[in-house]
Design a protein around this ligand. Structure first.
Ligand SMILES: *Cc1c(COP(=O)(O)O)cnc(C)c1O
Length: 361
């Protein structure tokens, strides 16, 4: 068994090793300019090439047509909790929301500052089996400007295995599942994601939005959050997070080398299946999510004897398995297994978990 360290942090999460090695190798002398990519103008020819290539690669990976703008924004995922209503919700308007866990709930809390919110479904009930309300039971309203949901709940470990069909534009917080499985972008009005799970360093936020939906931002919208202004400025209305954008480009390139989203999906299925199968195979661990809607990216699990939690965390860390502590709101453990996590990491985790049962179970 290798001595490699595997980082299961939910975010900022591990990045592909070849990406980290490349950025390390060229950190001090990028493109033979004698300085770092961090230290050059975002308006320079070299940087603009990198920025444009990153957008082209993301468009190719996700099959994004020219009907959509791809914006590289500040403010990560939560920034979009505010920028979405500022851009898409008319004053006095309302939006429909499907709550499946803590992130879709947080999005509601922020949206309420900007307009009326209709809760179309709420599956966020502490202590019950975590699941997803079938689309047929959603109480959608006629007046909503859009329907907002979160395809993968990072904290709760619940994931949609389909894209819901709605009459109104569908807005998705894909922070923790973007690029992990193919999606038909044409089914969405807007997709957004904080970068630090499957894309790159934190701070950067990706917004993919149908162009006909923008251009009517509220008057008070900060310019850097105005999608139309950012589109007009190629996401460089002010200085963008240049290093994060560059690093995201390296991740996109790496993903293309892996065979793209279809290929990485197969690896993600293999990893998630191995981990859930192991959890289900014994009474010591359990996962609290409806089998139909278990996340491929974030796997929460609980120990039968919760007094062993700290021992489990201490020993796993010593074994090179980092950041397995569950989110403070739900406790227990969580293994985040994003695109960058190799299958080997999951194998090492299940071997550790099996050994832990032998010693303490
Ligand atoms: C991490 C995460 C966010 C928050 O992202 P920030 O960049 O920290 O604002 C929002 N939604 C989901 C689903 C997330 O996983």
């Amino acid at each position: 068994m290798s001595n490699a360290v595997f980082n299961f942090c939910a975010g900022p999460a591990m990045l592909p090793k070849p990406v980290m090695e490349k950025s390390q190798a060229e950190l001090l002398n990028w493109h033979n300019l004698g300085c770092s990519v961090m230290e050059i103008s975002h308006r320079s020819k070299d940087y603009i090439e990198v920025a444009e290539q990153a957008e082209r690669d993301l468009r190719q990976l996700m099959g994004i047509s020219e009907d959509y703008a791809v914006l590289f924004m500040h403010g990560g995922g939560r920034g979009a909790f505010a920028s979405v209503p500022l851009n898409l919700l008319p004053v006095g308007g309302s939006s429909d929301h499907v709550i499946t866990g803590s992130w879709s709930k947080s999005a509601v809390d922020e949206h309420q500052k900007f307009g009326r919110v209709n809760i179309a479904a709420n599956q966020f009930k502490v202590g019950e089996l975590r699941s997803i309300t079938p689309t047929s039971d959603w109480q959608l309203s006629n007046e909503a400007a859009y329907v907002h949901y979160c395809p993968n709940e990072t904290v709760d470990g619940v994931e949609f295995n389909y894209t819901p069909g709605t009459d109104k534009p569908l807005v998705a917080d894909m922070s923790s599942c973007i690029l992990s499985r193919p999606v038909d972008v044409n089914k969405f009005g807007l997709i957004y994601a904080g970068a630090q799970k499957n894309i790159g360093p934190s701070g950067l936020g990706i917004v993919i939005v149908r162009k006909d939906l923008i251009g009517q931002a509220r008057i008070e919208t900060p310019s850097i959050f105005d999608y139309q202004k950012q589109l007009n400025a190629d996401s460089m209305l002010n200085t963008p997070p240049t290093f994060a954008w560059y690093q995201a480009g390296l991740v996109f390139n790496w993903l293309k080398e892996q065979g793209g989203v279809e290929a990485i999906e197969q690896v993600n299925i293999k990893k998630a299946t191995a981990l859930y199968d192991f959890i289900d195979s014994n009474d010591f661990y359990h996962n609290p999510v409806d089998k139909e809607y278990r996340s491929r990216m974030n796997v929460p699990f609980y120990l039968a004897d919760e007094t062993l939690n700290q021992t489990f965390l201490d020993e796993s860390q010593r074994a090179g398995l980092l950041a397995l502590k569950g989110h403070r709101s739900v406790g227990g453990m969580r293994a985040s297994i994003y695109n960058a996590m190799p299958y080997e990491g999951v194998v090492k985790l299940t071997e550790f978990m099996a050994d832990f049962v032998k010693r303490y179970g």
